[in-house]
Ligand binder design. Structure first.
Ligand code: SF4
Length: 886
């Protein structure tokens, strides 16, 4: 299909920040490809990026402002928001209002939100959902370097000889970086990979060593390494002397609890041999990178864990040079942009700080702020706690879904319910958070909005619009600027994202003189064409220079002395231990093909093929002692709340530990928001919640029957005890179960399908025991819906049935096979989809592995195409090759 035009933009999902080339075809469709020239991905995309074209339709979009559930125009909606905010500020002061924003916002949106709250409303109460993602890294960086700086770049991943991935399922959460690492390993057989994770994840596929440490014990491990490196002659004395301070205190602290391999091994639940091997590899390998992510940050001692890692790199002088350094990878596409503009409640804009009166004064003068805040605001968990206590009276939530993503989300929902005034600006109409909104404001989505984002290696890229603004949707910066002008604030008469970017760059350069790491003086006063065509560039971009790949290679840091700080720390374990009542420890995280609360990825049928239902990973030993068998419906409960999913019995989690995904919510399942279960303990410095460690118990959830529905129409099953829903190619897929029996399945199925006999032609089967019921409805000889009910939890595979929905004419044989519950030939049922890009299922892959004697993923790719596009399924293909069950 000929191209009409193409646009270069950036992926809206993870912190890798891949460049994308979007082609608009003359049939009106959109083609998505990786941008071959973008330095983050050089043309690669993962499964999520590849499926972006399936997320662009306008279904489920919010397209008009609403006040109290009624559609209205922008003037009325903004007048309502401004009046209400002003009333509350006049009555209760500026600290009674708050913004809760998001790493999904563009830097320009973020900049205006932060300026508005901190410079004009006069409160520090703006916090971002990046608080939940990487705020512990921010604290760790600032304590060690005097600045929030990621020292290295992605190229270092390809230049190192030892890669340590700790608290990071890189294969699923940052897949393109993982693919770059896989390739680097092929090119350099000496490159070793160590994975440190309580769970065996897909990332372990390339691990030379997997350290399955006890949850939360990371700081013991790295304090032990710090002491061991120092005791075994691996210190870089020149670097320590010239570029660091505080070594003696830090070593003394580390020695107190981590002075021997035996003691550390005990603290971390490891054996001494594997621990010694790791320490020796680190000591002997100059080019070492330690990559860390949410497994380190999401902890009640995340900041200390970050500094325990950085201490080891400072001790060995391995920082800011090719192939070495500590490396924090962020979760969101613009978490770094949020840090740049100061959208964390305890930061000021352009990497300035509330702790420095001169910084407050400087930002205030630059903005001509009418009411500059002098104190940090409330961090996310505190913010919702204060709302629950009635102190926060108005909140404006932008591009995020805290009713799902916050820990102890039942309490967050209560807080929103009782909050006097809730504004939500989003591009999606129905989210768990939107139902609490007094005012809903329609924002632009990816593909429609225009601005910039910064990825994990400090690379600023443009996100460009390639679609028109639909309905009444507007840019977030426009919404904020209109609100600010109605509040009577000066300095918000922006006409474009370009104008805002220039102001943001100018603030970074304002009275900087090399004193702050974040410096865009080289990008000040871009003209509109320069901004439109801006190529990816890593900050700092100092006037007259190019962007910088690495910082600190010269041994100079941003502390007052110019030296990096070793941080003395005493490791601590997670806040709450397991108990007789809650004997297991819950870990939460992402799955391969979904993103956050599924508002976008849930729209892509391709991304629902891999894992279609919420689940709980549990070890065989624990499952046996509780009486759980694979596929049982189980309830995970803590003191906060509960979650229901399917049991996935696995040796990938150790006894005593369980794992559940973070994505599902009330829009996609009856009770699968894991945030309801997670405890809301936080790190005392960063305020980041402990998502990786909540004591829980698990029980089997009894069901009289289990079933599924496939239907071309979207249905509601909220009255059932258990349901999940997901969008598939041209239809909706539902899993259902209930503990109440049914006397008339035929009538019940018509109720569930929201239909009667007038609609189409029905075929039904009820077995003689009354234990199995199957029905299919055909309209114009096409399969329109089918429903399967069984007394047992084992249900027929759905993939071959889904394929039948594509047929224009379902013949008699296939109609009978639908009622029989199996395809004519077993080859028609390819089982669970492993490769989402080419729709290749487990059964098909296993058959080919057996019949064609395939022994490598390359051979599978040649035979079936699986794994040859985005590569996200390569670890699973590898494990199928090794699996005796395949
Ligand atoms: S790795 Fe995937 S999700 Fe992340 S930015 Fe790249 S394409 Fe998007």
């Amino acid at each position: 299909m000929p191209e009409v035009s193409s646009v270069k933009t950036t992926c809206p999902y993870c912190g890798v920040g891949c460049g994308i080339e979007v082609s608009l075809l003359d049939n009106g469709k959109v083609k998505i490809q990786g941008d071959k020239n973008h330095p983050a991905n050089f043309g690669r995309l993962c499964s999520k990026g590849t499926a972006l074209a399936q997320t662009l339709d306008l279904s489920e979009r919010l397209l008009q402002p609403q006040v109290s559930g009624q559609p209205t125009d922008w003037d009325s909606a903004l007048a309502e928001v401004a009046d209400k905010f002003q009333q509350i500020i006049d009555r209760d002061g500026p600290d009674a209002v708050a913004f809760y924003v998001s790493g999904q916002l563009l830097t320009e949106d973020y900049y205006v939100a932060n300026k508005l709250m901190k410079g004009f409303i006069g409160s520090g109460n703006i916090d971002t959902n990046s608080r939940l993602c990487m705020s512990s890294s921010v604290v760790g960086h600032k304590r060690a370097f005097g600045s929030d700086t990621v020292p290295g770049c992605y190229e270092d991943w390809e230049q190192c000889d030892l890669m340590i991935l700790t608290g990071s399922n890189t294969a699923w959460c940052h897949p393109v970086l993982y693919q770059r690492l896989v390739k680097a390993r092929k090119n350099n057989p000496d490159l070793k990979v160590v994975v440190i994770d309580p769970r065996r994840t897909a990332t372990c596929d390339i691990a030379d060593l997997h350290l399955a440490i006890d949850p939360g014990s990371d700081a013991f491990l790295f304090n032990g390494l710090f002491h061991w490196l120092s005791s075994n002659g691996f210190s870089d004395d020149d670097f320590i002397q010239q570029s660091t301070q505080g070594l003696a205190d830090a070593l003394q602290s580390a020695t107190a609890d981590s002075s021997s391999i035996a003691a550390v091994a005990r603290s971390c639940g490891l054996n001494e041999t594997e621990l010694t091997r790791f320490y020796q590899w680190f000591g002997q390998t100059e080019k070492t990178i330690t990559v860390y992510s949410q497994g380190i940050n999401q902890s009640s001692s995340g900041s200390d864990k970050v500094n325990a890692i950085i201490n080891c790199h400072l001790l060995t002088g391995r920082i800011g040079k090719p192939g070495m350094g500590p490396f924090s990878v962020t979760g969101q596409p613009n978490a770094m942009g949020g840090r740049e503009v100061g959208a964390l409640a305890n930061q000021l804009a352009a990497h300035m700080d509330y702790l420095e009166p001169a910084d407050i004064d400087r930002v205030s003068r630059f903005w001509s702020a009418s009411n500059m805040s002098a104190q940090p605001g409330l961090k996310a968990v505190d913010l919702f706690n204060q709302m629950h206590a009635g102190k926060i009276k108005a909140i404006w939530i932008m591009a995020t879904n805290p009713a799902v993503s916050m820990p102890d989300s039942n309490r967050v929902r209560e807080a929103l319910q009782q909050c006097e005034f809730v504004v939500v600006s989003d591009n999606v109409a129905n989210t768990d958070t939107a139902q609490y909104a007094d005012v809903l404001l329609p924002a632009l989505a990816w593909g429609e909005k225009d601005g910039s984002v910064t990825n994990s290696e400090r690379c600023i890229s443009r996100q460009r619009a390639f679609l028109p603004a639909p309905g009444e949707a507007r840019a977030d910066w426009w919404i904020l600027a209109e609100f600010a002008q109605r509040m009577g604030y000066k300095g918000f008469d922006y006409r474009s994202s370009h104008q805002i970017f220039n102001e943001h760059a100018a603030l970074s350069a304002f009275e900087n003189f090399g004193s702050r790491d974040f410096d865009l003086s080289g990008l000040v006063n871009l003209d509109p064409a320069d901004y439109a065509n801006l190529n990816p560039v890593q900050w700092p971009v100092i006037s007259g220079q190019r962007g910088q790949q690495r910082l600190f290679g010269d041994g100079r840091f941003f502390t007052a002395s110019g030296k990096a700080n070793f941080v003395a720390l005493t490791p601590s374990l997670p806040t709450k231990n397991s108990s007789d009542e809650f004997p297991l420890v819950l870990n939460t995280g992402r799955i391969r093909d979904h993103w956050h609360t599924m508002t976008r990825t849930g729209k892509a049928p391709r991304l629902n093929r891999h894992i279609a239902e919420p689940y709980v990973q549990i070890n065989q030993q624990d499952a046996a002692s509780i009486g759980i068998t694979d596929g049982d419906l189980v309830e995970v409960a803590s003191t906060q709340g509960s979650y229901v999913g399917k049991a996935d019995i696995s040796h990938d989690v150790r006894p005593g530990r369980v794992f559940a995904p973070m994505h599902w919510n009330d829009q996609f399942a009856s009770n699968a928001n894991i945030g309801r279960v997670v405890n809301a303990y936080t790190d005392p410095f960063s305020g980041q919640p402990e998502f990786k460690h909540t004591p829980v118990r698990i029980t089997v959830r009894p069901s009289h029957w289990h079933g599924f529905i496939l239907s071309r129409q979207r249905l509601e099953h909220r009255a059932l005890g258990y349901w999940t829903s997901c969008r598939r190619e041209g239809l909706w897929q539902y899993t259902i179960a209930d503990d109440k029996n049914c006397n008339d399945w035929s009538q019940f199925s018509r109720l569930l399908l929201d239909t009667d006999d007038k609609d189409g032609e029905w075929s039904e089967l009820l077995d003689s025991t009354g234990q199995t019921y199957r029905a299919a409805r055909f309209v114009d000889d096409r399969l329109d819906a089918c429903i399967f009910i069984h007394a047992e939890k084992q249900l027929p595979s759905t993939e071959w049935l889904i394929q039948l929905f594509a047929y224009q004419l379902v013949d008699r044989k296939d109609r009978l096979r639908v009622l029989a519950g199996s395809p004519l030939s077993s080859e028609q049922d390819q089982g669970k989809i492993i490769c989402s890009c080419y729709n290749v299922g487990r059964n098909k892959i296993c058959k080919s592995i057996r019949d064609d004697r395939l022994t490598t993923v390359d051979q599978i790719g040649e035979k079936l195409q699986a794994g040859t596009n985005c590569g996200s399924c390569l670890p699973e293909l590898n494990s199928l090759i090794k699996s005796p069950d395949c």
